[in-house]
Design a protein around this ligand. Structure first.
Ligand code: DAH
Length: 338
């Protein structure tokens, strides 16, 4: 019996040295300490030992059992340690590695320009009002002094919907909505999308305008030019000047086309200004008395100025974009440049 125990002790020492996983460790436990393991076997064999030797032999078996259990405990702890170390190695973070970059989006160039324009006018005390994109004939045309069958309707290729509804061709209808809701003094911007059946390198069937309206006592064309001077100087360059050319819009009298001196060549002549030294940027004028009257504002007491700016046009000039389509294709290679 004693020989068997010594042989098992040797086998145990060898097996313990080879343990390198939890599976090995579990097998070791089964082999020695399990129900059918070697120590249970030894216990069973105790019956064949002479009665007087049994207590001593029992103690030897028990000491061996304690020794095996101790080895098992030490090995379990070592396995736990190894596992922990392996996991820590796997989860280790190298803080010297360059961080993963999450590309950040930004506002669309049209939104940037729109915000910039609003900022400049807000500095002069303008509020912002937004009207509906589906508009009625009355607000888009008739009350702006464009009666049905008036030839000036042909200035804009309108998308008509059912009955008297249409997709607004201009933000000017916002003037009517503002004057219906509010009495002078009025100083308001109406930015928004407009629609016309028109498409080429500089025209898109959907584009953006910003309307401006000022109504108060004693407002004149000089106020328009003064405001627009400040506007273009802040938007383009402090050195640019404006020039008013006579024009025609049904809702203003007189009407003007507003040019800025070319900020690219300082008026000397270049491809941007088509060698004229001037760039057309917007239309405007003194609000036609009929338009004021159409909104219940006494034109013998009040007068107004109005203007309409194409936001795409300003963005294209500012950023040197030669095709309006680029602003709507949303190609990130283009958008990233802003
Ligand atoms: N609505 C005009 C257009 O779309 C632009 C415009 C011109 C607006 C003169 C105005 C204005 O308010 O006074 O072409």
């Amino acid at each position: 019996m004693e020989q068997r125990i010594n042989a098992l002790r040797e086998a145990m020492k060898q097996q313990i040295e080879q343990i390198n996983s939890k599976e090995n460790l579990a097998a070791f436990w089964q082999d020695f300490l399990g129900k059918k393991g070697s120590i249970a076997d030894l216990m069973k064999g105790l019956g064949t030992v002479a009665k007087e030797d049994r207590p001593a032999m029992g103690k030897v078996i028990n000491d061996f059992k304690v020794q095996v259990e101790e080895q098992y405990r030490v090995m379990s702890e070592r396995m736990e340690q190894m596992e922990l170390q392996a996991r820590n190695r796997m989860e280790a973070v190298d803080i010297t590695l360059p961080a993963k970059k999450h590309p950040q989006g930004h506002l669309h160039p049209l939104t940037l320009v729109r915000n910039e324009m609003i900022n400049v006018f807000a500095g002069m005390g303008f509020d912002v009002f937004e009207g509906p994109e589906i508009e009625d004939d009355d607000h888009n045309f008739t009350r702006l002094n464009v009666p049905k069958d008036h030839p000036s309707r042909d200035m804009q290729d309108t998308f008509y919907l059912e009955n008297d509804w249409l997709l607004r061709t201009q933000t000017s209808g916002g003037q009517i909505r503002v004057m219906d809701a509010q009495k002078p003094p009025i100083k308001v911007l109406v930015p928004g999308r407009v629609f016309r059946s028109d498409s080429d390198a500089t025209h898109s069937p959907m584009f953006h305008q910003m309307e401006g309206l000022v109504v108060d006592k004693g407002i004149t064309l000089c106020d328009l030019q003064g405001m627009l001077d400040k506007f273009v100087q802040q938007l383009f360059d402090a050195s640019v000047r404006t020039r008013l050319r006579p024009s025609y819009f049904p809702f203003t009298e007189p009407s003007v086309e507003v040019d800025v001196s070319c900020f690219e060549c300082a008026g000397k002549g270049c491809s941007l200004c088509k060698h004229t030294g001037w760039i057309e940027v917007l239309g405007g004028g003194v609000v036609h008395p009929k338009v004021l009257e159409n909104c219940g504002i006494d034109s013998s007491v009040y007068s107004g100025i109005a203007f309409g700016i194409g936001i795409e046009r300003i963005a294209m000039l500012k950023y040197g974009i030669n095709n309006i389509g680029l602003l709507f294709e949303n190609d990130v290679r283009f958008l990233k440049q802003f």
